[in-house]
Structures are given as C-alpha cells and as structure tokens.
Design a binder for this molecule. Structure first.
Ligand code: MD3
Ligand code: FE
Length: 225
C-alpha cells in the first residue's frame, strides 16, 4: 500500500496541475507574463471572487453594435466597466442592481499591486477590476483598451481555470499578433508603450480545470480615473 506523504518526488510534466515555479517572460518592451505568480494566493482569490459575485453576478452585456459578448462580466472596485447600446464606459453603480459595485477585496488589490511592482510599475492603485468569465467557445475579439483617463498606469490581468490563447498585436489592428498561452495562476502586466496595443482571446478549447471546472476567470485591474 502507498502511504500519504511517501509519494515519489516526481510529477507529470504535462498535467496542468504539475507544480510550477514562478518565472517571468517578457512579451513586449514593458509587458511581462509572470507565470504562476497568483498560484500561492488562489485560496484567497476564490472566496474573494464569490463575495463579489454574490453582490454583482456575471451577466452577458450587449456591445454598441448590438452583439451579445460571449464572455460574461462583473466588476469590483469603485468603478466598473460596462457596455450597452449607447457605448463603453466606467460607472460607479452596477446597472443591473442599481447599487455601487462591490468593494475590491484586499486579496485582489494586494495581488495586483505585487504584480505591478514585479513588472516595474510601483505605485499602481487600481480603482477598477473587471472580471471576465469564459466557457469553452467564448472569445474576445481584437480590441484596444481606451476607456481609461490616463495611459501611464499599466493593466494587470490574472488568469484562473482552463487555458486560453492570448493574442498580442501592435498599435494597428492589422499588425501581426504574438500568441501567448495563459494558464491557471498566470499574471500579465502591460504598460508604457505597450498599453494601447491591440489584444484579444481566441475561442477557448473544451477543457476542465480541477478547481474551476469548464471555465476561465480573468481579473483585469486598471486605473480608470
Ligand atoms: C494588453 N481581457 O477585458 S486580459 C479586457 O483575458 C481584455 O479577459 C482579456 O482584454 C481577458 O479588456 C485579456 C488583458 C489585457 C487587458 C488590457 C490590455 C491585455 C492588454 C491593454 C493593453 C495591452
Ligand atoms: Fe482588453
């Protein structure tokens, strides 16, 4: 019989729950993938997410063009990002509840700040955290993030759950894209001259994550005002 605590010190390199050491990959002049950076904090992040969703549940928003987004959205922090037939903007109340957006839980704020410091952006204090939920087949088309008042601050994003392929383009929609796979626990920071580069998410492949099931959760931290 095999005893707990006496497992051989080996692991499956190809299992998505294999132990992962944190490491940094540079994907642009001021953009970095911090592999597995959020892993030690997942136990704090999931209850924080649940607390936000109890107050402001995921919903599918309509774009100004009349399309329903395939990613479901919520927000926390003082400002939340919304889209409807009249445009894209940040609001201080959740249009679905008429209440202020849920406060940003400490675990989320601390993770965003630590990642920003790691990538060379000390002093980042996000006032908005957009939460995207993707199921297999959901995607996000190539776009720029331009609804924020200043572009000096970076964007920090945290991926949990099943993998996604991130597309990282240039300053023009037609510029070629890098494809960057993002896994459970990865954190990406984009700033400086990379802040307005086009980006998107390829339709997710069918997969199941041991903790989160058939979904990917992405937290995107920004300074909107
Ligand atoms: C690169 N979300 O919510 S993360 C978005 O995974 C969004 O849910 C994707 O694009 C997701 O707007 C990608 C991040 C992201 C956010 C802002 C960026 C990447 C960025 C701004 C500039 C360059
Ligand atoms: Fe974006």
């Amino acid at each position: 019989m095999r005893c707990k605590g006496s497992e051989p010190a080996t692991f499956d390199l190809f299992a998505d729950d294999a132990p992962q050491a944190p490491r940094t990959e540079q994907i642009g002049p001021r953009s970095f993938v911090l592999r597995s950076f959020a892993l030690p904090r997942v136990e704090q992040l999931l209850p924080a997410l649940q607390q936000v969703l109890n107050q402001s549940p995921f919903r599918h928003m309509i774009t100004p063009g009349g399309f329903t987004m395939s990613a479901a959205l919520s927000s926390c922090g003082r400002l939340g990002w919304v889209t409807d037939r009249s445009g894209y903007r940040y609001t201080d109340t959740d249009p679905q509840t008429g209440q202020p957006w849920p406060a940003m839980p400490d675990a989320l704020m601390q993770l965003a700040q630590a990642a920003a410091i790691e990538a060379g952006f000390p002093g980042f204090i996000p006032d908005a955290c957009l939460i995207n939920r993707y199921v297999p087949g959901a995607k996000m088309s190539l776009h720029q993030d331009k609804n924020e008042q200043r572009y000096e601050w970076p964007v920090v994003s945290v991926s949990l759950g099943i993998p996604a392929m991130f597309l990282f383009g240039g300053d023009q929609r037609t510029d070629p894209c890098q494809r960057v796979p993002l896994f459970h626990g990865d954190v990406v920071v984009w700033g400086g001259e990379d802040r307005l580069r086009y980006h998107g998410i390829v339709a997710l492949k069918q997969a199941e994550h041991p903790l989160l099931g058939e979904q990917r959760i992405n937290f995107t931290f920004r300074r909107a005002e």
